[in-house]
Design a protein around this ligand. Structure first.
Ligand code: ATP
Ligand code: MG
Length: 430
């Protein structure tokens, strides 16, 4: 009495389909399987029709194929079965074969072959084939999970970036409008007060003057903070103007000469493109300040075969290959991710002593990166889903930039120095 063997990867009886016309050979094979201790059920067929029928109605775990049968052969059976069940293990069980035939067999997708004269190899071959199949399926499942989790991470990244940008717009607006208005109100009150103080009280007048000066400085600070959060020029005058303004600020702050050129005529591009290019540019300039030791930066923005490209070159020490590919380079990773979300890419090159070049290339017609689908919303963290939906609704009608423009210009605004952003110096456009 043979002990039946089950294996961790074969939880149940193994269903075997055997294509064999010789009854005696079939019995020998069945015997070998039993001898090997396999727990199995076996169905023998000897024609194409029966083979196909069995394949469909009772899909096996393993197929054992004879090489040659009258009117049908193992190769044809293999290719027919592969069309529908590519993962099924196929083992040829044959008489003596030439090397070429064996090679041909394995090339056409057979998992293994066993000679009828050495049937003791059959059970190990079946088990190995099943284990390989299991591994293959497991690998595919893992790959699928990985792909899915990558997709979810991307959706989350899009979501977080939009939240962040929206938050910046909101805070920028509040700082600009509310603090600005309060400060202006304060200044007017101070003026009212000092105009009522008798002239001979010099000390009080001096104090009022210094307070007024202090308020002016605070108003400047409020403008600067608001602009740094989200430069109004980006939404009002478009990307080229915003890049020029940022380059000007950079030059003023660092003394590094920065020149922007562009062949873009249309001032205002897609809002997502504007934001992506502008934020990548800011990150690039930050890197130049921190790492490049450069004296000159050239920037060129252009349209090129359906793409918008930004070329930023500095004449500094030059980024190394190791720094470019380092997975810990989170700043560079963030820039790449921003471009990738719009279907674009970033190429970074460096030459020792000759500087670094960052090339950003994003298609002008890109898929919307916004997490607008129900799936994306459900992929986002639960506590934020409602916020995401609530924010989607007005966006459908009004872009964030439009909303920003509209809300920063309320009628009858008191804050005189901060009103009318283009003239306010908020963005300090050149
Ligand atoms: N323009 C540049 N010139 C020379 N080296 C650079 C330049 N830009 C980046 N690097 C190098 O590449 C590295 C990775 O840049 P990355 O922006 O990812 O990180 P970081 O600036 O060091 O930190 P952070 O995450 O705050 O941005 C930098 O540490 C620096 O060594
Ligand atoms: Mg950086």
């Amino acid at each position: 009495m043979h002990q039946k063997v089950t294996f961790s990867f074969v939880k149940k009886e193994i269903r075997i389909l055997m294509l064999e016309d010789n009854v005696a050979d079939a019995e020998l094979i069945r015997f070998a399987l039993r001898e090997g201790g396999l727990l199995f059920s076996l169905k023998r067929v000897d024609s194409k029709t029966a083979f196909l029928k069995e394949l469909d109605t009772n899909t096996p775990d393993v197929i054992l194929l004879d090489y040659a049968l009258p009117g049908f052969d193992g190769f044809s059976a293999l290719s027919l079965a592969q069309q529908h069940y590519p993962d099924l293990p196929f083992i040829f069980v044959t008489g003596t074969l030439g090397e070429e035939v064996v090679i041909e067999m394995l090339k056409s997708g057979a998992t293994d072959y066993v000679l009828k004269t050495r049937l003791s190899r059959l059970v190990p071959a079946v088990l190995r084939a099943l284990r390989e199949k299991e591994d293959r399926l497991q690998r595919r499942k893992t790959e699928e999970q990985l792909r899915k989790s990558h997709q979810q991470l991307r959706a989350l990244s899009v979501y977080l970036q939009h939240i962040r940008e929206d938050e910046r717009i909101r805070i920028s607006r509040q700082v600009h409008d509310e603090l600005g208005q309060s400060l202006t109100g304060l200044k007017m009150d101070l003026y009212w007060l000092s105009s009522r103080v008798p002239k001979q009280l010099r000390e009080l007048h001096d104090k009022a003057k210094s307070m007024s000066h202090h308020i002016d400085t605070t108003i400047q600070t409020v403008r600067r903070i608001s602009t740094e959060l989200r430069p109004g020029i980006l939404d009002d005058l478009g990307l080229v103007a915003a890049l020029e303004w940022q380059a000007h600020e950079f030059q003023k702050r660092t003394g590094i000469h920065c020149l922007v050129t562009s062949d873009i005529k249309a001032a205002i591009l897609d809002e997502d493109l504007n934001t992506a290019f502008f934020r990548i540019f800011q990150e690039t300039l930050t890197n130049i300040i921190r790492h490049a030791e450069a004296t000159k930066v050239t920037v060129h923005l252009q349209k090129q075969r359906g793409h918008l490209t930004l070329h930023v070159h500095d004449n500094g020490r030059g980024i190394t290959e190791a720094q470019i590919t380092n997975t810990k380079s989170i700043g560079l990773l963030g820039m790449r991710e921003r471009a990738a979300l719009l279907g674009g890419k970033i190429t970074i090159t460096g030459a020792p002593g000759k500087g670094t070049t960052v090339l950003v290339r994003i298609p002008l017609t890109h898929p919307s990166p916004r997490p607008h689908s129900k799936q994306a919303a459900t992929d986002a963290p639960t506590s934020k889903r409602n916020t995401a939906r609530a924010e989607e609704a007005p966006r459908a009608k009004t872009s964030r930039a439009q909303a920003h423009r509209r809300k920063t210009k309320p009628p009858g605004q008191v804050g005189r120095p901060l009103r009318g952003r283009r003239n306010s110096g908020r963005a300090q456009a050149p």
